[in-house]
Design a binder for this molecule. Structure first.
Ligand code: NAD
Ligand code: MG
Length: 393
């Protein structure tokens, strides 16, 4: 029996993880599940999986969770401290599926303890790549990617000599607006941005897919995870979302990873790694699919990609700044305070300011510095939004 903890169990990745665990009750015991405001779902899954501990991130929801689990013997807790406690429970395998920089500290806590960390929370590597890898190396913890592109790269790179790798290509669906005329993007609404052509995911990553801030985060995530030179990482638009990533070698050969657009493949791979087990995902019928298409991303449509290149070249804590500014810009867009294309403008202005006025960008990679950079970038981004420079016109 392996002990499992799911951080962010009530989200899209969390629910796919719960689905896989629930199918094999004899193989896993559940140490802890964490969630946010969706108390009913958290309580339902804690009962179903027989979790020892259920945690809501919100202090003011403690009583609701307590009531929902009364009489079950399941321990209940709430708040940031309780999230850290959940991460520190003695699970063998921890799924990091909280959204945003909020997932960094709990994921690190699990790594410090030496748990295998299945990393869906890409922000962890974007904000603090060197710190995360160094923590895993120190404790001997395994870090297994769950983002579909990175799981694909991980699988395609197994047994390969990194010295022979000359290109790493991650695919992008193009998101909700890939076929919209460019001039209409400025007026895109949060509702329109919240529908993905191929994947069912949480709202924030879905909007980030439309802007390609998701791909921007993934470029940085790939650079950090696989220690890549940013110059060899490419993005190609692939509408079908069936090829997830490709690795090109110096002999001209390219290894591609294909699979259905179902996160249970990457989650299941991480859950069972290094073994492969039968997973409840569709098998691709290539003859029926017929064709796979690839096109270059348009830089005018997706300014986030150039922002990622800038961050990868600048290094230091610029990833933490970019992510925080992006989270604020996304909140402001979802609140209809700025337009869709202005998210990239806000992030660019924050990076301009951070690069010129903050010595913190080259500070050591420890959690305090990363969180300070996160706070500064958030404050700058809100100033930018509130100043009206980026207001919806
Ligand atoms: P989601 O919004 O569906 O779920 C997020 C989870 O985190 C929920 O359980 C929520 O309660 C919890 N949460 C939110 N804010 C929190 C906070 N401040 N503190 C503690 N808990 C909080 O998100 P998702 O789509 O499942 O994505 C989760 C992570 O996985 C993200 O980093 C995302 O980029 C990454 N990811 C998701 C997918 C996908 O298919 N959904 C694919 C690849 C990577
Ligand atoms: Mg992805």
């Amino acid at each position: 029996m392996r002990g499992i903890t799911i951080l962010g169990a009530t989200g899209s990745i969390g629910q796919n993880t719960v689905d896989l665990i629930a199918r094999r009750p004899d193989d896993f015991t559940v140490e802890a599940l964490t969630g946010g405001h969706n108390i009913d779902l958290l309580a339902k899954d804690a009962r179903r999986l027989g979790a020892k501990l259920a945690v809501t991130a919100h202090d003011n929801r403690y009583a609701d969770l307590k009531a929902a689990l009364s009489g079950t013997g399941i321990e209940v807790a709430a708040g940031q401290g309780a999230l850290m406690e959940a991460a520190q429970r003695p699970a063998d395998w921890v799924m990091s599926a909280i959204v945003g920089a909020a997932g960094l500290a709990p994921g690190l806590a699990a790594l410090e303890r030496g748990a295998a960390l299945a990393l869906a929370n890409k922000e962890t590597l974007v904000c603090a790549g060197p710190l995360v890898l160094e923590t895993a190396a120190r404790s001997g913890a395994d870090l297994i990617p769950v983002d579909s592109e990175h799981s694909a790269l991980y699988q395609a790179l197994l047994g390969e000599d990194m010295a022979s790798v000359e290109r790493v290509i991650i695919t992008a669906s193009g998101g909700a607006f890939r076929d919209w005329p460019l001039e209409q993007l400025a007026a895109a609404t949060p509702e329109q941005a919240s529908t993905h052509p191929n994947w069912a995911m949480g709202q924030r990553i879905t909007v980030d897919s439309a802007s390609m801030f998701n791909k921007a985060l993934e470029l940085i995530e790939a650079k950090e995870f696989f220690h890549l030179d940013p110059e060899i990482i490419e993005v190609v638009v692939h509408r079908e979302s069936l090829v997830h990533a490709l690795v090109g070698h110096i002999d001209g050969g390219i290894l591609a990873h294909l699979g259905p657009a179902d996160m249970r493949h990457a989650i299941g791979y991480a859950l069972n790694w290094p073994a492969r087990v039968d997973l409840p995902v569709e098998r691709l019928n290539l003859a029926k699919i017929g064709q796979l298409t690839f096109e270059a991303p348009d830089p005018a449509r997706y300014p986030a990609l150039a922002i990622a290149q800038r961050v990868m070249r600048r290094g230091g804590l610029s990833g933490a700044a970019m992510n925080a500014a992006k989270e604020v810009a996304l909140d402001a867009f979802l609140d209809s305070r700025i337009g869709f294309m202005q998210m990239a403008e806000v992030v660019t202005r924050v990076l301009d300011r951070i690069e010129t006025d903050s010595g913190l960008i080259d500070a050591a990679f420890d959690l305090d510095n990363v969180l300070s950079m996160d706070q500064i970038a958030r404050a700058y981004a809100w100033e930018n939004v509130n100043s009206g420079v980026a207001a919806v016109t």
